[in-house]
Design a protein around this ligand. Structure first.
Ligand SMILES: C[S@@+](CC[C@H](N)C(=O)[O-])C[C@H]1O[C@@H](n2cnc3c(N)ncnc32)[C@H](O)[C@@H]1O
Length: 226
């Protein structure tokens, strides 16, 4: 599941992972249960493997700064153009940097490979929202991703991680099944891990039922870098 696989998915419009609605866990933990609105401009949320997720728009409209990385140029342009956001574009080393040029939208997306990021790229990041990012990757890349996440983060950075768990013999990924044990193996050396909630969502996901799944548990974790 290297970058070419994803570029082809974007070219062919095979983006079933893209959601029209804002992630409910993001709205709950960063909205209702989140910091007061007047404190949010000090918080910068990193969205790895961001696609054209509307969650970035919600974060920005709710007072957070957003920094994201995505390999597909098409996804990045669709994000800005589809949400009627004006943007600037510049080359930044091996990346293309897209920035909302409107004063009220603090959104920056680096278009390029997540695995080439450096710790300095995450300067000012306080929080991370990982939905459909870790679970988009097969096991070998998940290990590399978790290792990279540990390298990139300064102590204290918080992540909200959303996973899916199902019987991997019933369906091929992506998304891949990631169990609680997997999360512990991937992150416990470098992060504290708190399981916030979980729910079997198979009855709300006819597409996954059609792909053969009998159960699909969504779990949300809070990770904090030691
Ligand atoms: C399953 S999608 C999830 C997108 C987004 N998180 C969401 O919730 O809609 C995974 C995304 O990761 C991007 N991607 C995959 N590997 C990448 C890499 N090494 N660097 C940057 N982006 C990558 C793909 O292009 C795709 O848009």
């Amino acid at each position: 599941m290297e970058i070419d696989f994803w570029l082809q998915r974007w070219d062919n419009d095979e983006i079933g992972f893209h959601q029209q609605v804002i992630n409910p866990y993001l709205m709950y933990f960063y909205g209702q249960k989140g910091p007061a609105v007047e404190q949010r401009d000090k918080l910068k949320v990193f969205v790895p493997l961001c696609g054209k997720s509307k969650d970035m728009l919600w974060l920005s409209q709710n007072g957070y700064k957003v920094f994201a990385v995505e390999c597909s140029e098409r996804a990045v342009k669709d994000f800005f153009e589809g949400n009627a956001l004006n943007y600037r574009h510049a080359e930044k080393e091996e990346y293309a940097l897209y920035q909302a040029s409107d004063q009220t939208s603090m959104i920056e997306i680096l278009q390029g490979d997540f695995f080439s990021l450096q710790q300095a790229d995450l300067d000012g990041v306080t929080d991370i929202f990982d939905r459909a990012s870790l679970i988009a990757l097969p096991i070998e890349l998940r290990e590399k991703y978790a290792q990279k996440m540990a390298e990139l983060q300064k102590p204290g950075i918080r992540s909200l991680l959303v996973t899916l768990t199902y019987d991997q013999s019933e369906m091929n990924g992506p998304p891949f099944s990631v169990s609680e044990e997997d999360v512990n193996k991937l992150y416990s050396d470098n992060f504290s891990i708190e399981k916030l909630c979980f729910k079997d969502i198979i009855n709300d996901e006819p597409g996954f039922k059609d792909r053969g799944l009998s159960s699909l548990v969504e779990t949300v974790y809070k990770l904090v870098r030691h």
